[in-house]
Design a protein around this ligand. Structure first.
Ligand SMILES: [Cu+2]
Ligand SMILES: [Zn+2]
Length: 170
């Protein structure tokens, strides 16, 4: 009986220590409604990212992991309030200062741009070899109004502009 209890306890502790996944419930920054979820799981091929969003504008949208775990509004460089600026810039632990997209050697938070269908939804999955679940917890995911050309020209950070949805990663 005691050994059975011990095994159960070890299983619980083991699962806790594995610590190999994370997730975020993502909210529209215009009306604060939930637009879906993104799940993150560590695998031998890197971080597996599973996206399931709805109620987004059709077309391509920049999608990144941003540095801070907050979706609060903030002030832009002209001193005007904008949604989700408290999430900070793209997650860049190597301090590259370069937006180069998911296959580049710049920001580690550069995810593939989302391709939202005519119904306003996107369901996709991909691997991010340079990321782990642990390091992105208490950061955030941000979806931008515009697309992402994976460069800093002609516009900074791929040109996505305004932050239309955001979720803190837990
Ligand atoms: Cu972003
Ligand atoms: Zn970037």
């Amino acid at each position: 009986m005691r050994s059975a209890l011990l095994i159960v306890l070890l299983l619980i502790v083991g699962c806790y220590l594995m610590d190999n996944d994370a997730a975020s419930n993502v909210m529209s920054t215009t009306d604060q409604t939930n637009i879906g979820k993104v799940k993150f799981t560590d695998t031998p091929k890197g971080l597996f990212v599973e996206v399931d969003f709805k109620n987004l504008p059709t077309g391509e949208h920049g999608f990144h992991i941003h540095e801070y775990g907050s979706c609060e509004k903030g002030l832009n460089s002209s001193g005007q309030e904008e949604p989700a600026l408290a999430a900070g810039g793209h997650y860049d632990p190597d301090q590259t200062g370069k937006h180069l997209g998911p296959k580049g050697e710049g920001h580690r938070g550069d995810l593939p741009a989302l391709k939202v269908n005519e119904k306003g939804s996107v369901k996709t999955s991909f691997y991010m070899p340079r990321l782990t679940a642990k390091e992105i917890r208490e950061r955030s995911v941000v979806i931008h109004a515009g697309g992402d050309n994976y460069q800093d020209t002609p516009k900074a950070l791929g040109g996505g502009g305004k932050r239309i949805a955001c979720g803190v990663i837990k």
